[in-house]
Design a protein around this ligand. Structure first.
Ligand code: C5P
Ligand code: MG
Length: 192
């Protein structure tokens, strides 16, 4: 089993690269952002609780996000491991993830793969995506910049935890999608 955290700021290409990684290594993607959007679309209680935070470009409170993640990890799967896309986004989420993979999957997080992209490129990418994504949080620059700010204030410190464990690897997230995928594949092959 191989468990990957796909890390990086909003717009760094986590969702795009997760698609290629799941196919290459037979993994299951858990995107907490996608799960929130599914719940918002279906007007569930969870969706209602998360919507106001997401619309402002803020992180949803840990308790809500963590409970949702645990449910997802517990679901049976035939895959050879997981890709966590957009989770963990706080140190508290990281601690829970470490515990849940150990308790439920009896396996560690093997690698934290970080996509590195300059902030101004992130803003341009997200504004462009907003034209077709229908995502409220991609629709204006102020919200986008707030999401990037949330990343630096609450999420970036997660990287330190994986650096300390020697599991943190950065990949340049600017360039051809397929070239970036190859670099990510190589990093995964090194550890599997
Ligand atoms: O991962 P993604 O960029 O799709 O997430 C969209 C939004 O969902 C984030 O901006 C944030 O409001 C919320 N979210 C969160 N905590 C996570 C993942 C997503 O609060 N771990
Ligand atoms: Mg995404």
């Amino acid at each position: 089993m191989i468990n990957i955290i796909l890390f990086g700021p909003p717009g760094s290409g986590k969702g795009t690269q997760a698609e290629n990684l799941i196919e290459k290594f037979n993994l299951k993607q858990i995107s907490t952002g996608d799960l929130f959007r599914y719940n918002i679309k279906n007007e569930t209680e969870l969706g209602k609780a998360a919507k106001s935070f997401i619309d402002k470009g803020e992180l949803v409170p840990d308790k809500i996000t963590i409970d949702m993640l645990i449910e997802e990890v517990k679901k049976p799967t035939d895959s050879s491991g997981f890709i966590f896309d957009g989770f963990p986004r706080t140190v508290a989420q990281t601690e829970v993830l470490e515990k849940i993979v150990k308790d439920v999957l009896n396996a560690p997080i093997n690698i934290c793969l970080a996509l590195v992209v300059d902030d101004e490129i992130l803003v341009q990418r997200l504004l462009k995506r907003g034209k077709t994504s229908g995502r409220t949080d991609d629709s204006n620059e102020e919200i986008i910049r707030n999401r990037i700010k949330e990343y630096y204030t609450k999420t970036a410190e997660v990287a330190e935890l994986y650096k300390q464990q020697g599991k943190y690897v950065e990949v340049n997230g600017v360039g051809e999608i397929s070239e970036i995928s190859e670099k990510l594949f190589n990093e995964v092959k090194k550890i599997s």
